[in-house]
Design a binder for this molecule. Structure first.
Ligand SMILES: Cc1cn([C@H]2C[C@H](O)[C@@H](COP(=O)(O)OP(=O)(O)OP(=O)(O)O)O2)c(=O)[nH]c1=O
Length: 192
């Protein structure tokens, strides 16, 4: 069975390799990521993953995986910042507080679908002006939900999480392995 990754995120490809899932093709989906009015973060994240999955065409026998990572501050959805000013606003809002990172994963094989979503609680230390400015200058906020990447320099801002580290990075390893197996994919190193 061929595995098609419907994502442009290099982190997702890396986490799939980590769990022994060989990706045969990468086909990112381009969808409108605007939240609906009053849409709650978890519903939004599930909807995004489902829409990305719907947007990918593949052979009926291909297994397709799509995912979405959303940062939620209470009911507020923090997406990927458009520019440094928006990244600064997001980081100031997250500074010294606890927020959630939700990742939804969706799989399709023919007419069958599987999905999981994982919520991780994350605490960010209070950022000094120098820390904020240095982080904005390093550009790692680009393309990251909430304007930070825990796997990079912003790891120094995160003293505590409860949940899935790989989920915060974009693809929860344990839950993804579980649904891939449920869908019939054999992971490297597993007995047939
Ligand atoms: C919070 C956080 C997010 N991220 C990334 C994961 C996702 O790639 C990105 C959120 O955007 P997504 O819309 O989930 O994904 P994407 O646009 O990168 O890729 P695609 O839609 O093609 O699948 O933020 C990190 O890498 N580290 C983090 O700590």
């Amino acid at each position: 069975m061929r595995l098609v990754l419907g994502s442009a995120s290099p982190r997702r490809a890396q986490i799939l390799a980590q769990i022994g899932a060989r990706v045969d093709d990468i086909r990112p989906a381009d969808i409108d990521e605007t939240p609906a009015r009053a849409e709650l973060p978890r519903a939004y994240c599930n909807r995004m993953a489902a829409q990305k999955l719907d947007a990918i065409t593949a052979d009926p026998d291909d297994l397709i995986l799509a995912a979405d990572t959303t940062v939620a501050l209470g009911r507020r959805i923090l997406g990927k910042p458009q520019d440094a000013a928006e990244a600064a606003r997001f980081l100031l809002a997250l500074s010294g507080r606890r927020h959630s990172v939700i990742t939804a994963v969706a799989l399709r094989h023919g007419a069958r679908q599987w999905s999981r979503s994982v919520v991780t609680a994350v605490r960010m230390k209070r950022l000094s002006d120098a820390e904020l400015n240095e982080y904005l200058a390093c550009e790692e906020w680009r393309g990251k939900a909430g304007g930070y990447a825990i796997q990079g320099r912003a790891g120094a801002f995160i003293p505590w999480i409860s949940g899935s580290f790989t989920g915060v990075m974009g693809l929860p390893a344990a839950e993804t392995a579980q649904i891939l197996r449920a869908a019939g994919l054999q992971l490297d190193g597993e007995a047939a």
